[in-house]
Design a protein around this ligand. Structure first.
Ligand code: CO8
Length: 267
């Protein structure tokens, strides 16, 4: 299998179906051009693996950092200090594009967070399907301290996850939230001992690959519909998704496997 490295991002197949992506842009994993391009390349590798790699696109991508103390410190403030408005717009668009590509990719994404996840770093994790954190991790959207607001989806994804009041508290103060507090409000899905986030994320990824990927994708779509659609339309989307899974998806195989007391043969 191919292990690949760019200047700021490396990736390798943990097992077939699971691509592990490591951020290592010293000193703080600021989301400059190198990380943006590296994440894009890692997504290419996940969705369209090279011949000889896992053979099929990744079902799960796990994103972590090997820089002690930092998951990612946010948008590259030094870069932003050096550019004019056009450059700022272009930079923001590139950052948003890769964050949105991750959020919309046909796979499940897990952020394994140790150290600080601030600003765009937190927004990157919000674009993941699930977040696992070590007990010493810290979270925040400190943009108001720079005279800015979150610009890579944070104003939209954080309230959907933790509610309006908690999101406003975090964004208006710019304060850092501890991992246990982040877990208590639903910003983090799994809380583990410091240093154990990646191991836990990989265990979770393996569990996820055992279930039906089309069914999981439908779960994500219908749960997201709960935030975007009126109740009746959301329920209609659930009805249509489950019907598709029964007719064209893996529902029949899953049901047959249960009745025949065997493991389902999911793609
Ligand atoms: N960008 C660039 N460099 C950074 C960043 C950053 N976001 N964060 C840290 N660094 C650098 C520091 O400058 C320092 O570099 P050097 O050694 O060369 O001086 C190095 O990383 C280590 O940082 P510190 O010495 O400050 O380390 P501490 O442990 O004392 O503090 C903190 C760590 C708390 C993370 C601190 O560095 C900090 O507050 N960083 C800024 C965090 C922040 O404000 N993030 C939000 C950025 S704005 C944003 O993300 C908006 C996203 C959307 C933008 C879209 C439109 C463009």
């Amino acid at each position: 299998m191919t292990d690949t490295t760019t200047q700021a991002v490396s990736w390798e197949w943990a097992v077939p179906g699971i691509l592990q992506v490591d951020l290592h842009s010293a000193p703080a994993n600021a989301l400059g051009t190198a990380i943006i391009e590296g994440l894009d390349a890692a997504l290419d590798a996940a969705l369209d693996p090279a011949p000889g790699d896992a053979g099929a696109p990744a079902k799960v991508i796990v994103i972590s950092s090997s820089i002690p103390g930092f998951f990612a410190a946010g948008a590259d403030i030094k870069l932003m200090a050096s550019i004019d408005f056009e450059g700022f717009e272009a930079y923001g668009d590139r950052l948003r594009a890769v964050v949105d590509r991750l959020a919309g990719a046909p796979l499940l994404a897990i952020a394994a967070i140790e150290g600080v996840a601030l600003g765009g770093g937190l927004e990157l994790s919000l674009a993941c399907t699930l977040r696992v954190a070590g007990g010493d991790a810290q979270f925040g959207l400190p943009e108001v301290k720079l005279g800015l607001i979150p610009g890579a989806g944070g104003t939209q994804r954080l309230p959907r996850l933790v509610g309006r009041g908690r999101a406003l508290d975090i964004m208006l103060t710019g304060r850092q939230v501890t991992a246990p507090d982040a877990h208590a409000i639903g910003l983090v899905d799994r809380l583990v001992e410091p240093g154990q986030a990646l191991a836990e994320a990989l265990t979770l990824a393996k569990t996820l690959t055992r279930a039906s990927a089309p069914a999981q994708a439908a779960v994500v779509r219908t749960v997201d519909a709960a935030f975007d659609l009126p109740l009746a339309e959301g329920n209609a989307s659930e009805r249509s998704e489950i019907a598709k899974l029964f007719t064209d998806g893996e529902g029949r195989e899953g049901i047959a496997a249960f009745v025949e007391k065997r493991r389902p043969d999911f793609a």
